[in-house]
Write a protein that binds this ligand. Structure first.
Ligand code: PGA
Length: 257
C-alpha cells in the first residue's frame, strides 16, 4: 500500500484557540512532507467548523463520533448530515473510550459505518481486544467478531473508503502498556486475513492503522509491519514539539522505502 495515514484524536482536549494554533503550526510543518504521508486530525466538535474554514485539503479533518440517524430526538448527539454540512472528511467510530464509557456496541457501530459511507464521510473504525481477551488467548477471535459485525453488509466497493484502526484497549492512554512490535504485526496480519476473508482481494486496499501508546521510540518499528498502514497517535501528538520528530522520522522512513 502506497500511503501511510498518520493522525491524532485530541479526545476532550484543546480549546478553540489552542486548536487553531496547533493546526496553523501543523500546516506549516506539513508543507513539504512526502506525498505518501496522509495526515489527519480529529478535534472536539466545538473546533470543527472553524478549523474547516482555516484548513486546506492536505490534512484530513475528522470528528470523534456521530449518530447513525440524520435527525431525531437524540439529545446530545450529532448527525452525519450535520458533519457533512461542516465539510468534515472522516469520522472516528468505536474508540475504546466510547465503547467503555458510553456503551457503544458493534451492532450500532455497523449502523454508523453505513451512515458515514452513505454521506461519503470516511469511517475510521476502531477495534481492539481487552486485556482479559489477551490473557485468555482470544485476541484474534475478539478482533474477528468486531470486524465481522461492524462491517456487516458493507459492499466490496464501499469498503475501499473505510479505514481501520487497531488499538488494543490495554495499550491505550496513560495507564496503558506499550505493545511489542511482534504482537502488533501479528494482529495486523490477522486483521488483514479477516478483511480478505470478508471482502476478497478488495481487502488488500483497506488501510490498517495502529494506535495505543505510540511514541517516538516505537513508531518506526510498528510501521515496518507489512500490514501496518499508518499510526493513530494520542498523547505523543498533542504537543507538536513531540509530534514533529515523529513526523520527521516517518518522513525519513518513507524516503528509504
Ligand atoms: P495514546 O492514545 O496514544 O495516548 O495511547 C491512543 C488512542 O486513544 O487512540
Amino acid at each position: 500500500m502506497e500511503k501511510l495515514y498518520i493522525g491524532t484524536n485530541w479526545k476532550m482536549h484543546k480549546s478553540i484557540k489552542e486548536g487553531r494554533e496547533y493546526t496553523q503550526k501543523l500546516k506549516e510543518m506539513a508543507r513539504n512532507k512526502n506525498e505518501r504521508m496522509q495526515l489527519f486530525i480529529i478535534p472536539p466538535y466545538t473546533s470543527l467548523s472553524i478549523l474547516r474554514e482555516e484548513m486546506d485539503s492536505s490534512i484530513l479533518l475528522g470528528a470523534q463520533n456521530m449518530h447513525w440517524e440524520d435527525e431525531g430526538p437524540f439529545t446530545g448527539e450529532i448527525s452525519p448530515s450535520m458533519l457533512k454540512e461542516i465539510g468534515i472528511d472522516l469520522v472516528e467510530l468505536g474508540h475504546s473510550e466510547r465503547r467503555q464509557y458510553y456503551n457503544e456496541n458493534n451492532v450500532d457501530l455497523n449502523k454508523k459505518v453505513h451512515a458515514a459511507l452513505d454521506k461519503e464521510i470516511i469511517p475510521l473504525l476502531c477495534i481492539g481486544e481487552k486485556l482479559e481477551d489477551k490473557e485468555l488467548g482470544v485476541s484474534e477471535e475478539s478482533l474477528s467478531v468486531q470486524l465481522k459485525i461492524c462491517l456487516n453488509n458493507i459492499s466490496t466497493t464501499q469498503i475501499k473508503n473505510v479505514l481501520i484502526a487497531y488499538e488494543p484497549v490495554w495499550a491505550i492512554g496513560a495507564g496503558g502498556t506499550e505493545a511489542s512490535t511482534n504482537y502488533v504485526h501479528k494482529m495486523h496480519d490477522h486483521i488483514r486475513k479477516v478483511l480478505l476473508e470478508i471482502f476478497g482481494d478488495n481487502g488488500y486496499d483497506i488501510p490498517i492503522l495502529f494506535g495505543g501508546s505510540v511514541n517516538r521510540g516505537n513508531a518506526i518499528e510498528y510501521l515496518t509491519g507489512q500490514n501496518v498502514n499508518g499510526l493513530f497517535i494520542g498523547r505523543s501528538a498533542w504537543d507538536l514539539e513531540k509530534f514533529e520528530p515523529i513526523l520527521n522520522d516517518i518522513e525519513q522512513f518513507l524516503q528509504q522505502k
